[in-house]
Design a protein around this ligand. Structure first.
Ligand code: 5AD
Ligand code: SF4
Length: 481
């Protein structure tokens, strides 16, 4: 990360055309606006970024916070702040509903704090119907932007300070990837890293390709440089982020596979752990299994969304694999890397799903024995092919099926997690236990959580722990040496 001193920027000069310089210019400018606000308030203005959705969004929020700190805001957890930003998700409708609910509350705060500003960004903003609704009924919002122009946040912030009323800037798509903007990490010892943006898969239920645009990979040299910088700054574990990491590198000028990228990252000295998500089963190569098997740093965890165990439903979902292909892949992975944990996502109630189809899904869960599974009720997303399918499943059938699946998933997960009982394993200590301050919480390579007696000084270190007792989805243990 290049360190740019905002004091060196001449605000009387022309606005730079080139990114990233342009954004640093606007950060310097925004800092003056924030300073003026501080003078009015008689204190440092506060800011709160609330994140909905996935790790991709969490990483975007870290980028927003990086800029907000740079321009002089004090970051706080409470939404009773001078500036509140909602970084939204729209993967399922309940994510949208939560945002509308919370906006009502924010309006109340704003009435009591006339200097308060409210911004919305993220995936939900890429839906025209949402913008229409906000424009009509949520006039108290100051700034709205989307997923493609988030790199312009400093510039938008200035424009918002300079304008009255609601400022909206949404791009339909972009091929730009802007490097070297400030980022403020939530954790000192671990970090997410975008390796690609967007998605080209068009699963028929999914809105992501419409709100995150076409697949674009970052240049390997930029990724490696960023990781090296993070490691120099104390990071020991990284999570490579992309909607479909297995198809990394296909659109680069000199194409490179995800496995090749992993081999390069493995060489970075000081880096201890590598995670990644999400993998699409159709693109998971033998080469990747080999690289994982040989690696000392890639964690023993693979998130491999199944979505459904019925080939009929998988076809309608446009997943491009069959039940048998998924089973064969999972079996191969377990054979090659026996200590790996496989987790998954499953949707219940996709149009046309019968109780027999759900039995196929349950059959896969029992055979693969997922270490954890996130189960979702199908949510109709406007504009996706599945939304137009006629045979939507009755709510009652979905509810019964969902509960049944959840039980099976929990039983297999419990059984899987208990496999490690009595073993000694490495855990990266992440935080002091929320309920018992004499304990710390760590994460095993296979993503299982373990609580051990300890203190704050252990955070960010990898220690050997004995996994004494399994309590369903986590362990209580002790430091082994
Ligand atoms: N309805 C329900 N779940 C969905 N997911 C994606 N789109 C939908 C939808 N329309 C789930 C998938 C995906 C996870 C991130 O969210 O299981 O893997
Ligand atoms: Fe993440 Fe998808 Fe939700 Fe966007 S819509 S925040 S990419 S899960």
């Amino acid at each position: 990360m290049q360190a740019v001193d905002l004091d060196q920027i001449d605000l009387t000069g022309a606005v730079p055309e080139e990114e990233t310089d342009r954004q640093y210019f606007f950060m310097a400018k925004a800092r003056n606006y924030v300073q003026a606000l501080a003078d009015t308030l008689g204190r440092t203005p506060t800011c709160c970024v609330t994140t909905f959705g996935c790790q991709m969004n969490a990483r975007d929020s870290e980028k927003l916070v990086g800029i907000l700190e740079k321009v002089g805001y004090r970051i706080i957890d409470s939404e009773k702040a001078d500036f509140v930003i909602f970084n939204t998700c729209t993967v399922r409708d309940n994510a949208n509903q939560r945002v509308y609910g919370r906006l009502g509350e924010l309006n109340g705060y704003k009435r009591r704090n006339p200097h308060m500003r409210i911004a919305l960004c993220g995936c939900m903003m890429q839906e025209p119907a949402v913008i229409e609704k906000l424009r009509k009924s949520y006039g108290f919002i100051d700034l709205i932007f989307g997923t493609h122009n988030i790199f312009k946040f400093a510039e938008l912030l200035c424009a918002s300070f300079e304008s009255k009323g609601m400022l909206i800037d949404i791009w339909k798509d972009t091929d730009q990837i802007v490097e070297d903007l400030p980022v403020e990490r939530k954790y000192s010892f671990k970090s997410g890293i975008n390796i690609m943006f967007g998605c080209n898969n068009f699963c028929s239920y999914c809105i992501v390709p419409y709100v995150r645009g076409r697949e674009r990979s970052r240049e390997p040299k930029d990724i490696l440089r960023e990781i090296e910088g993070l490691v120099a700054d104390g990071v020991v574990e990284i999570m490579l982020l992309g909607q479909n990491v297995n198809s990394y590198g296909k659109n680069l000028d000199s194409p490179m596979t995800f496995s090749e990228l992993l081999r390069e990252i493995e060489k970075i000295e000081g880096l201890k752990r590598i995670r990644f998500m999400t993998s699409h089963p159709k693109d998971l190569s033998d080469e990747l299994i080999q690289v994982m098997k040989e690696s000392k740093k890639i964690c023993r965890h693979l998130h491999l969304p199944l979505q459904s165990g019925s080939t009929k439903i998988l076809t309608r979902m446009n997943r491009r694999y069959t039940k048998e292909q998924y089973l064969a892949l999972a079996e191969k992975i377990r054979r090659e890397i026996p200590d790996i944990a496989i987790t998954t996502d499953i949707i219940v109630g996709f149009p046309g799903e019968t109780p027999e189809d759900l039995e196929e899904t349950i059959d896969v869960v029992k055979r693969v024995k997922f270490d954890n599974a996130f189960t979702f009720i199908y949510s109709k997303r406007t504009g996706t092919p599945a939304a137009a399918m006629e045979d939507q499943v009755p709510e009652e059938q979905v509810k019964v099926g969902f509960d049944r699946l959840l039980h099976v998933v929990q039983d297999t997960a419990r059984e899987q997690v208990a496999r490690c009982q009595g073993q000694i394993m490495d855990a990266l200590i992440e935080e002091v236990n929320e309920t018992d301050p004499t304990m710390v919480t760590g994460r095993l390579s296979n993503n299982t959580i373990v609580h051990v007696p300890g203190d704050v000084s252990m955070i960010g270190t990898i220690v050997k722990v004995s996994l004494d007792t399994c309590h369903g989805f986590y362990y209580i243990g002790h430091v082994a040496e």
